[in-house]
Design a protein around this ligand. Structure first.
Ligand SMILES: [Zn+2]
Length: 416
């Protein structure tokens, strides 16, 4: 059970943070509006970026390097390294889209771009784009990329990718594509096995859910992850999931800290298996949940797929008539898990969520759970108070109101 984990507090926070701290899709409102005039220069530079990404995807090293200006040896060396460190990465598409150009005093231009890629066999649609900037120069043979101008163009350096930290290796399972650095191999193999084991449990709990290969990025340490996802992962430990866009086809990914994965795994091997199953469920739920989906449903389902544990803490409190905080009703709120401040509140919240989903599954069945998810997603833009919305959704899908559901759940917990 969760509370006796050696690293209980951090581990709890890992699960509570997981899926809640995923980055929100990028703001691309600054991008050049579609339909705006494209000058000859813009067209040439877009063609340069197209050739660059084409060479990357088709692994044509000479073509790739021929597009880099030789006048900046540091940048050239970094581009060589980028190409070589991504040798094993099965890019399906890599997109660098030109958004705007500005001329510099020295005759070069700075390009603002939005960038995204997909992996073969994984989610098909490009994820929400990241912004970047390049310095470009025009030589006798046309335009070349002469430097990374992200910092100058956007005021912040680009976030690190796994391949900025070393050569990326890849191991592919039935349901996950795991990318890692050499030192993370053992973690990567375990993560692949755990994801494949979790998938059937996921599709059993949520009939109709299907996912292509889910990317799993294995970083070596929390420090590395902070470089890749700055400011986003304060509280999580071990692993977390990250939403890549709002569409099902954009999907999500799982991020792992190999150092902690090994440390926790040596003390409690089950923790990692459950953590991967939990995060995989979050990836499946990203596109199936909306602004009105109760948090107990999301976290409870992720734990349900991972395998439920006993909930003596909650049962004891209910039996003794002690006040329970948070309450199930608090966890109707989509942000219900983001406001838990104590270890005790987090433990209780998970026990409430887990038992509520177990009760749902047992009393109403998995098809109703899927219908309930769909109903909350459908009501994403409804404006009534959340308690009322949940009551209405329960009535329309389960034929009981929230009060009756809660009474049934309470009896279920007490009987457990
Ligand atoms: Zn979670």
């Amino acid at each position: 059970m969760r509370r006796i984990l050696l690293v209980a507090i951090v581990a709890l926070m890992a699960l509570s943070a997981a899926g809640c701290l995923g980055g929100t899709p990028a703001d691309i409102s600054w991008a050049t509006p579609t339909g705006s005039a494209v000058s000859g220069t813009e067209q040439e530079i877009q063609q340069l970026f197209d050739a660059y990404t084409q060479a990357l995807v088709t692994r044509d090293r000479n073509a790739f390097l021929s597009l880099i200006d030789a006048g900046n040896p540091d940048f050239l060396a970094r581009q060589q390294q980028f190409f070589d460190y991504t040798e094993n990465v099965p890019f399906d598409r890599y997109s660098v889209k030109l958004n705007s150009l500005s001329e510099e005093g020295d005759g070069s231009v700075t390009a603002k771009t939005s960038e995204a890629f997909t992996l073969k066999g994984s989610f098909a649609a490009l994820p929400d784009a990241e912004r970047a900037g390049y310095r470009l120069v025009r030589g006798d043979n046309g335009w070349k990329i002469a430097g990374d101008a992200t910092l100058q163009a956007l005021g912040k350096a680009r976030d690190a990718r796994l391949w900025d930290l070393g050569k990326v290796e890849v191991t592919i399972g039935e349901h996950a594509i795991v990318l890692y650095l050499a030192a993370g191999k053992a973690t990567a193999v375990q993560a692949r096995v755990f994801a494949d084991r979790a998938y059937p449990q996921l599709t059993e709990a949520l009939p109709g859910v299907q996912m292509p290969l889910v990317p799993v990025w294995v970083f070596s340490s929390k420090e590395q992850i902070d470089q890749a996802y700055p400011g986003q992962w304060q509280d999580w430990v071990g692993g977390a999931s990250h939403q890549l866009g709002y569409d099902e086809e954009q999907g999500g990914e799982i991020i792992l800290d190999a150092g902690l994965f090994n440390e926790i795994g040596s003390k409690n091997p089950e923790y990692n298996r459950k953590m991967i199953a939990h995060e995989l469920t979050h990836v499946a739920l990203f596109s199936r949940t909306g602004d009105k989906t109760p948090s107990f449903l999301v976290e409870g389902l992720a734990d349900y797929v991972a395998g439920l544990e006993a909930t003596p803490y909650l049962a004891g409190k209910l039996r003794s008539g002690e006040a329970v905080s948070p309450t199930l009703r608090d966890l109707y709120q989509p942000s219900g898990f983001n406001v838990l401040i104590s270890d005790e509140a987090a433990t209780l919240a998970y026990e409430i969520a887990d038992t509520a989903v177990a009760y749902l599954e047992q009393e109403y069945g998995n098809e109703k759970v899927v219908s309930l998810l769909r109903e909350f997603k459908r009501r994403e833009s409804d404006n009534q108070p959340q308690d009322q919305l949940v009551d209405e959704a329960f009535r329309s899908i389960l034929d009981v109101g929230a009060d009756e559901f809660e009474n049934g759940w309470r009896l279920y917990v007490l009987a457990g």
